[in-house]
Design a protein around this ligand. Structure first.
Ligand code: NDP
Length: 249
């Protein structure tokens, strides 16, 4: 629902870096007012706000951990009171804690499942309720090729990302009659801090499996997200879109 100036409001979790950052900037460029949450990096968040407002809209950054339901509801309430009704929600917040299964600690399992899967539950539950009241909305969740195909040393991450696909398809069936669409983007290797944190040898090995011969750019993923968020995708829901340069894992 557009406000009086014809502007629309988009919510992005994990918008301070990487794909979330590129998504905030892309949506701001398309005329959205944007609100994003982040966990810790305040200076990175401030930079995104400066860049997004450079496109002429408003941008709000809120420190909110997606695993904390109260914090997520507070972020949504602050967004709606400051910017207006949320029409688009994109869940980008995510982490990795890679280990072969037999070496994986409870903490590595729990933190990935709670940030990646419970975090999506918290953001979508809050946003869907707000959208249902207005009978309009678009939700885009971020999965991964690891969630579609599985990836060695990432049982925790793959499980969380496969869970997001099931969650999103179920939610799409639940809220379609309220005019809300839910779609999932499953990227391959995208050049962000998440990939830079991998050992050089693992990155090189993974890159060898990409027929297009390079990492993807966060902006290329944001482009797909912006399409799914927009009315150009008005008949697209309950779908998973892979964007991975042909990678086979
Ligand atoms: P980055 O590590 O570059 O950025 C992650 C973002 O999420 C940061 O803004 C970070 O904020 C935020 N974040 C992390 N944990 C929380 C939390 N608990 N609460 C709130 N915000 C949080 O990740 P990418 O951009 O690479 O990844 C974005 C999404 O895309 C993730 O879900 C990831 O799994 C998925 N993806 C990424 C791929 C890739 O190759 N890069 C491939 C496939 C999927 P802060 O800095 O404050 O911690």
């Amino acid at each position: 629902m557009a406000d009086d100036d014809g502007r629309r409001v988009a919510l992005v979790s994990g918008g301070s870096r990487g794909i979330g950052r590129a998504t905030v900037l892309r949506l701001a460029r398309e005329g959205f007012d944007t609100s994003f949450c982040y966990r810790s990096e305040e200076s990175a968040a401030r930079e995104v706000v400066d860049l997004a407002t450079g496109y002429g809209g408003r941008c709000l950054a809120v420190a909110a951990d997606v695993t904390d339901g109260d914090a997520v509801r507070g972020w949504l309430a602050e967004t709606e009171s400051t910017l207006g009704p949320v029409e688009v929600a994109v869940t980008c917040a995510g982490i990795t804690r890679d280990q072969p299964l037999v070496m994986m600690s409870d903490q590595e399992w729990d933190s990935v499942l709670s940030t990646n899967l419970t975090g999506v539950f918290e953001v979508c539950r809050a946003a869907a309720f707000a959208m249902m009241k207005r009978r309009r909305g678009s939700v885009v969740t971020l999965s991964s090729v690891a969630g579609v195909h599985g990836n060695a040393s990432q049982t925790n991450y793959s499980a969380s990302k496969a869970g997001i696909i099931g969650f999103s398809k179920a939610l799409a069936k639940e809220v379609g009659r309220f005019g809300i669409r839910v779609n999932t983007v499953a990227p391959g290797l995208i050049d962000t801090d998440m990939i830079q944190a991998m050992p050089e040898r693992s990155r090189k090995k993974l890159l060898d499996a990409v027929p297009l011969g390079r990492f993807g750019r966060a902006e290329e993923v944001a482009d797909l997200i912006a399409y799914l968020a927009s009315d150009r995708a008005a008949y697209v829901t309950a779908s998973v879109f892979e964007i991975h340069g042909g990678i086979t894992i």
